[in-house]
Design a protein around this ligand. Structure first.
Ligand SMILES: Cc1cc2nc3c(=O)[nH]c(=O)nc-3n(C[C@H](O)[C@H](O)[C@H](O)COP(=O)(O)OP(=O)(O)OC[C@H]3O[C@@H](n4cnc5c(N)ncnc54)[C@H](O)[C@@H]3O)c2cc1C
Length: 410
């Protein structure tokens, strides 16, 4: 096998390139991305890149020279539009075609768009690509008031950056609490209190029905008739997986993503998919899911390359994720869905706490705010699948490392 084509310009694509280099793959590798720049880190787009604390030159995951040095050909600013599985070619938007022996789809997703009247007015923004953040920067710097639609991680991170910049910030969330899809009510309460203390106006149960404005957005209207004035609007309302290429090629997909097996192969064994775009099985939780996390993109890329190189290292990772708001780091280990008990350790009031999600006495997940030891050790406890004692977890007078060692019997 001598030709690998990678489609994508995110974390997964960069890791594919790194892994191929590390495994000393000697064939022909081409990386195609429809973005005009080398694969870059997306998390800073709603954090330090938006705030201006870091500049664009800090975003690339690998420098262009690293691809050159590894003999990886880059085709940037070019979209892959068709995969012909019988001819084993990928057609690009400029009409050229690339032959492959193994094709890897690391195509991620795109921001879900608003569809209400006024959704296409100037001044309505999303945060998925560097271009998105660049195109809002001018307005962001001068706007006095910002309405953020969506109280998920991206919306809340933008809210934190905007408050730090002294803007009037309103967050509108359709559900009855922020972060509803991903955390327990207690953690939603913690983040609601945090943002309110920092001056963010949070409104839950508010379904946006219209963006008002003449030439540009000036207010957001919700179903109960409330009206929130804004100089600019940022929507963080979810991700849609880029399954179009796979669907066109007749690969198995679901509405959530491209279906892959434990070695990241799609329904065609010569085509792999990795990262945000995959609908995959998580062995630890025995669940099919799609994950939006850097760690998953990196882990799946490693699995795909190992498999291509003839090694058998099936995907078996415990999901983890992080979010930065007001200088506070939230680190999440595992998946909390299905928990029956929440144990709080530490002091949410003092902005230092760990929330452990238990099911039938075992730890499923942990949300750790400013608690690195809890995060690191919770990962081990979750992976071990052992019984835990609630009172022991709560005992903040003992270092968590010591508690974890006792739980793990080591
Ligand atoms: C603002 C923001 C903040 C985030 N913060 C965090 C965080 O704090 N922690 C965390 O773990 N995760 C975070 N994430 C999620 C994380 O960035 C993603 O999980 C990660 O980028 C997924 O990588 P990926 O390579 O699978 O997909 P993507 O990063 O989406 O990359 C896919 C690439 O493929 C390209 N592409 C798609 N279709 C084609 C085509 N047909 N032809 C050519 N190119 C194509 C796209 O343009 C893109 O470059 C954040 C995401 C965003 C947007």
């Amino acid at each position: 096998m001598s030709k690998i084509v990678i489609i994508g310009g995110g974390h997964a694509a960069a890791q594919l390139a790194t892994s191929l280099r590390m495994k000393k793959f000697e064939g022909d590798v081409t990386l195609v991305s429809d973005e005009p720049v080398v694969p870059y880190q997306r998390p800073p787009l709603s954090k330090m890149y938006l705030s201006g604390e870091i500049s664009a030159d800090r975003l690339p995951i690998l420098r262009e020279q690293a691809y050159e040095g590894a003999g990886i050909k880059l085709k940037l600013g070019l979209r892959a539009i068709k995969v012909d599985r019988s001819a084993r070619t990928v057609t690009l938007a400029d009409g050229s075609a690339l032959a492959y022996d193994k094709l890897i789809l690391a195509v991620g997703g795109h921001a879900r768009r608003l569809t209400c009247p006024g959704h296409d007015l100037a001044g309505v923004h999303y945060v998925r690509t560097m271009t998105d953040t660049d195109s809002m920067r001018g307005e962001f710097n001068t706007a006095r008031s910002i309405v953020i639609i969506g109280g998920g991680y991206i919306g809340l991170e933008v809210a934190a950056v905007a408050r730090k910049a002294g803007k009037k910030v309103t967050v509108l969330e359709a559900a009855d609490r922020i972060l509803q899809r991903v955390v327990a009510p207690e953690v939603s309460e913690f983040y609601t209190a945090l943002h309110r203390a920092e001056g963010v106006d949070i409104h839950t149960g508010q379904m946006v029905t219209e963006i008002e404005g003449n030439d540009r957005a000036s207010a957001v209207v919700t179903a109960d008739g409330s009206r929130f004035e804004a100089d600019m609007v940022v929507a963080g309302i979810g991700l849609i997986a880029n399954t179009d290429l796979a669907e066109g090629a007749g690969l198995e997909t679901t509405p959530a993503g491209i279906t892959v097996n434990a070695t990241c192969q799609t329904s065609d064994p010569d085509i792999y998919a990795v990262g945000d775009v995959t609908w995959h099985h998580n062995a630890h939780y025995d669940r099919w899911l799609r994950l939006e996390s850097v760690q998953n993109a990196v882990d799946q890329a490693k699995v795909a390359i190992s498999h291509i190189m003839g090694e058998d290292e099936p995907y078996d990772a415990l999901p983890w994720f992080w979010s930065d708001q007001y200088g506070l780091k939230l680190q999440i280990a595992g998946l909390s869905q299905g928990y029956d008990t929440l144990v709080t350790r530490g002091s949410p009031e003092e902005r230092s706490a760990a929330f452990f999600y238990l099911k039938e006495g075992r730890m499923l997940a942990a949300d750790c705010v400013g608690r690195i030891a809890e995060f690191m050790n919770a990962k081990k406890i979750i992976a071990a699948g052992v019984n835990v004692d609630e009172n022991m977890l709560k005992d903040d007078s003992r270092p968590f490392k010591e508690i974890a060692a006792e739980i793990l019997g080591s």
